[in-house]
Write a protein that binds this ligand. Structure first.
Ligand SMILES: NC(=O)c1ccc[n+]([C@@H]2O[C@H](COP(=O)([O-])OP(=O)(O)OC[C@H]3O[C@@H](n4cnc5c(N)ncnc54)[C@H](O)[C@@H]3O)[C@@H](O)[C@H]2O)c1
Length: 461
């Protein structure tokens, strides 16, 4: 009986190392079929899971409560499992080089507790070579076991899309790789227990590592192209969304849209690839140019907000701006590496007071990482500009007339003059439409024409 059959018969266990946005849904999915130990170094997180709370909102509290995952922060419990899946973070350092500390530390922890006959599969996004050249030597050193003889390794990149209920672990083809055919066969069969649409067997671990890192690099470059187009069309006074809708009618035009690229995947993974390329003597041009454009978009949005405010005769220093949405993407509480914070920082440098509204964001992370405490929507009054940065479902009910009520009742002096003039004439209308409401609609949540007709100074990427 091989390891797969033993796992299926619950004679052997699977362990998950790192229970975040990726690891926890995998643990929960496997636990519906087999015995699973869920290990994380973060004791607070483990306690939350144990008490039936899902801070990632990926599977929801009810599912966590019902799950049979054996949550623990005791590393020795890893000795009970023979099939290990590592899903720890792979961030970048200040200088944007890969920070492999979590992967290395998880490898040390696992190595100390590795049993003979185990298979270790890495899921963290890395550059080609990390599994075999960095993780394997650590596992061998800590365990005293020999890779290929006493234990085997595999790699299976994660493709889930947090906040997306359609593309889930079960419904996305999973790339799997193993150090040899037997390992590949077992890794494939184990994942087939939970991935309904099946697996794709990559020809090597390095191929699977590379496949993942280019999926996200490709997306990053395409969005960078859209952002560049948006900068160009903004100068030309052409609406980018309208251009993309027109061009999108061609069968092979790729559908991407401009936006702030944050998070710890798309905005980070390309640096893993370019780092490795540089080590091999190749300096990336396309990938890094795209990164530069995307990294600068927060500042660009802030600058355009300021320009529109000046156009509306707003005094910038001491003005008030509300930002709706601060997470790195819609309908997801994750605020790591969110570029909305770049918008906030840039505005604050000009003396703007920024209020953030985000019912979805993880409030603790927001405070810990950025010292931002979100406001309630009712507190958004007397604003000089409003920015809709992230189109959470929760914001869909907000109408333009609701937005109008969020602005300052102090009308800019020139508008006052105009109003006085109108008032002096016989055609004085009580309901003079004001036109100093700056609305920055980054992702195009509102209809541009409707907003302009309603008197907003409207801008979108
Ligand atoms: N979130 C995504 O959308 C996504 C999608 C595909 C791939 N990935 C990749 O998956 C990996 C994990 O990402 P994530 O979003 O789940 O990260 P995360 O930060 O949400 O979760 C990682 C977990 O690992 C734990 N951890 C850190 N060091 C550890 C260690 N030494 N031992 C045990 N646990 C440890 C952390 O406490 C945390 O709970 C990353 O490489 C990421 O690039 C993420």
């Amino acid at each position: 009986m091989d390891l797969y059959q033993k796992i299926k018969k619950r004679e052997e266990k699977i362990s998950l190392i790192g229970l975040g946005y990726v690891g926890m849904p995998i643990a929960v999915a496997f636990a519906k079929k087999v015995d699973v130990i869920g290990f994380d170094v973060n004791k607070v997180k483990i306690d939350l899971y144990k008490s039936g709370i899902d801070p990632t909102k990926e599977v929801g509290d009810e599912v966590i409560k019902e799950s049979s995952v054996d949550f623990t922060s005791d590393e020795e419990r890893l000795r009970e499992a023979r099939f290990h899946i590592v899903a720890v973070p792979t961030p970048v350092k200040e200088d944007r080089s890969p920070d492999l500390t979590p992967v290395e530390s998880a490898s040390r922890t696992l190595g100390r507790n590795l049993s003979k006959g185990s298979i270790v599969v890495f899921e963290s996004t890395v550059y080609p070579g990390v599994t075999e050249e960095i993780c394997v030597p650590i596992l061998e050193k800590e365990s005293g076991l020999k890779c290929g003889v006493d234990f085997k390794v595999g790699y299976s990149p994660e493709r889930i899309n947090p906040g997306d209920q359609e593309h889930r672990l079960e419904t996305i083809i999973k790339v799997v790789a193993g150090m040899d055919n037997d390992t590949l066969d077992i890794v494939a069969k184990v994942y087939e227990l939970v991935v309904e649409v099946g697996v794709y067997k990559a020809e090597s671990i390095k191929v699977a590592e590379a496949a993942k890192v280019i999926e996200n690099s490709q997306r990053d470059i395409n969005i960078a192209f859209m952002n560049e187009l948006s900068i160009i069309f903004n100068k030309m006074g052409i609406d980018t969304k309208a251009v993309l809708e027109a061009a999108g009618t061609k069968w092979n035009f790729l559908k991407f849209s401009p936006g702030l690229v944050g998070g710890h995947c798309i905005g980070v993974d390309p640096y893993y690839l370019t780092y490795k390329a540089e080590q091999m003597g190749y300096y990336s041009q396309v990938i890094l140019s795209g990164r530069k454009i995307n990294d600068d978009m927060g500042k660009y949005v802030a600058e355009n907000t300021l320009k529109k405010m000046i156009k509306a005769n707003k005094q910038i220093n001491g003005s008030k701006v509300a930002i709706f949405g601060v997470t790195f993407k819609e309908n997801c509480p994750d605020v790591r590496n969110t570029k909305v914070v770049d918008v906030i920082k840039e505005l604050e440098e000009y003396g703007v007071q920024v209020k953030v509204v985000d019912p979805v964001a993880d409030k603790e992370d927001l405070w810990r990482e950025f010292r931002i405490y979100p406001s309630e929507i009712e507190e958004i009054k007397e604003m000089d500009a409003v920015i809709f940065a992230v189109p959470h479902v929760e914001f869909k009910a907000i109408q333009l007339e609701d937005v109008k009520r969020m602005y300052s009742t102090r009308i800019a002096t020139t508008h006052l003059e105009v109003m006085k003039e109108i008032a002096a004439t016989s055609e004085f209308q009580k309901d003079v439409q004001r036109n100093d409401c700056v609305l920055m609609d980054i992702k195009g949540m509102f209809d541009r024409k409707e907003a302009e007709n309603a008197g907003f100074i409207y801008w979108r990427l």
